[in-house]
Ligand binder design. Sequence first.
Ligand code: HEC
Ligand code: HEC
Length: 412
Amino acid sequence: MDRSSKSKPSWGESGICGLVLFRSTRMLVCCAFVYLLIGCGSDNTQGLTEVQLVTRGEYTWQLPAGFPVPTVQSDNPMSEAKVELGRHLFYDTHLSGNGTMSCSSCHLQELAFTDGRNVAIGSTGEHHPRNAPGLTNTAFNASLNWANPATVTLEQQAPVPMFGEFPVELGLSGKEEEVLSRFKQSDLYQNLFKEAFSGDAEEINFGNIVKALTSFERTLISGNSPFDRLTYRQDSSALSTSAKRGMDLFFSEKLECFHCHGGFNFTLSSTHESSSFVEKPFHNNGLYNIGGTGAYPPGNQGLFEFTGNLEDRGKFRAPTLRNVEFTAPYMHDGSVATLEEVVRNYARGGRKISSGPFAGDGKDNPYKSGFISGFSISDEEVADLVNFLKSLSDSSFLTDPRFANPFESGAD
Ligand code: HEC
Ligand code: HEC
């Protein structure tokens, strides 16, 4: 088969095609890794994608080549029915106190599940102090949120946007019964909950809502970027020569990027089913140094807010760089507009803010990581590095119908 002839390889299209295939093969693949080359499309040369089918219990994962299996909580095993219920809930504005917002209001598929804003805005108009992170491969994150070492499972994370009051996001607090009754009155949800949680005396409750949402989130896996085609599928033409030069820079000791954004998911803060030791590192990359004290803006001091240790000021989790092309603006507060700007700040060894309430030179932040020491880089090399970052884009993730809004026509 001629892989180079395909214009736009699509994990999404192959996923649908693969679904048919794995339904018939799932009995054969129990607890084993099976590599399949799935050809989809009219002439069978389009959308060629290598997929591992891995079965756990009654669920079969379709994982990109080279990817480990996500960790699943023992009291919330995956099932197709839970994922489908979770997808509906994720997109349903009935899951907000005033009926105006859903998870998807701040996590949009076309933006790799972020929202394009500097900081998120909740259902009652409150500004969140943080930028909404994308949900690419969120199942593999060792800790969730920008700087929260205590939130280590998606099940712990989901109630925060639902019930949190500082700030209000979905605003469900105090409206619990009203919100549940919306779902109880719906034939669609009665069926979806019954399918997903048959055997429970009263299926429609918040515990099950969280289980379904998190099952859906665990399917948001992206690994069909040009980088993946080069690395895991030996497609040497997947990257331009500029992006290849950028890759060498990214993995060089001069730029140090890979020390924090390493591994299959481009963050050291990763975990999966067979991780023996889970690291949850947080780093200060010199974004602020207000008044030369090492301070970050109030309400956004990073790990310090948890530990109270001064040396944890400004420490955040290094996010995955997969799909970073689509998730601007960048950093925990969306304060960096472009990838070029990100690279220039790293090259300086920290960001300089010349005036205003946050003025200070991040380069001299006393709590900055030793890996952020600055480097010289030419304009061409900046472009190369940005091209490499864009080679981590999996555009099929943005259109995959399995992740799309089920209430929009054509998506189901
Ligand atoms: C008002 C906008 C908003 C809504 C609505 C919202 N989120 Fe978020 N989400 C955010 C922000 C902001 C963060 C980062 C929070 C932080 O770091 O403190 C976040 C973080 C996350 C994370 C952590 C991702 C990671 O890798 O660290 C997950 C998972 C997530 N949200 C899922 C959901 C789910 C599920 C829902 C619906 C129940 C939801 N969100 C609703 C804005 C929102
Ligand atoms: C010391 C660890 C460390 C090193 C080295 C490092 N980063 Fe980061 N990176 C981080 C952390 C932490 C953040 C989030 C910081 C924040 O939000 O305040 C981040 C954020 C980013 C972001 C924004 C992602 C987003 O979704 O907002 C990009 C892009 C990025 N880094 C690229 C790079 C590149 C390119 C290099 C090499 C030149 C690099 N990083 C080196 C730790 C590091």
